[in-house]
Design a protein around this ligand. Sequence first.
Ligand code: ADP
Length: 255
Amino acid sequence: MSNVLEVKNIEKYYGNKSNLTKAIAGITFNVGKGEFVGIMGASGSGKTTLLNCISTIDRVTAGQIIINNQDITKLKGNKLNKFRREELGFIFQDFNLLDTLTSYENIALALTIQKVNPHEIDKRVNEVAEQLEIKEILDKYPYQISGGQKQRVASARAIITNPKIVLADEPTGALDSKSARQLLETFENLNQKLGATILMVTHDAFTASYADRIIFIKDGKIFNELIKGEDTRKQFFEKIIEVQTLLGGDLNDVI
Ligand code: ADP
């Protein structure tokens, strides 16, 4: 399996010499093409910092992050913006849809900016909407649809450009349990049917149990790793809970 993402011994420090926080203290891992990987850890363990560095929103202090054979820690300015726009897909906890655009327009926006021809845009939006079962809400505005539907629109928006990797930050964090389950089934679809590579940060064991592999972070380092393999989702969920216990308590309480 070829690697879409290679994180090589990265470190991230905040502050200055007298008041230094090592948010990431040496993390190395790979994500293969088509993999669905979860990152878990208690509050303050470094998950957001890690995701922000991979997202190119934040810069590492040391180490390399290779996405699709390109060292993104070396990219700057327009090249970095272009890379972010064309190679990465983002799904946030609070959806980040534009209120003045319909679902269709929100999903199509990245392609519109790239000046893709309207017929091609229409074809791609409809294909993705069909997969994610949101065709009937394409003409609606964010305020007219539910949280679960918003997150599926956000998922469609994230994959419409065929990004090399989709980065999701607590994607089920603002959803009720039924919508969360539907979104996770959507992620399974994205991953298994559309071949999307997904890296997702979550504190929630149920959400994490949909991934193929979980990387646990503690104090800015990798603490443990779990691979689903032949396990059922329920067996995997139970193993995740066991590691959470080792990590010291229920992560659900400490978001
Ligand atoms: P998590 O997402 O797992 O809750 P974070 O990545 O947000 O953890 O934080 C990891 C550590 O880095 C924490 O100790 C946090 O206080 C610190 N940190 C995060 N962002 C900043 C920042 N901008 N300035 C200073 N310290 C920060």
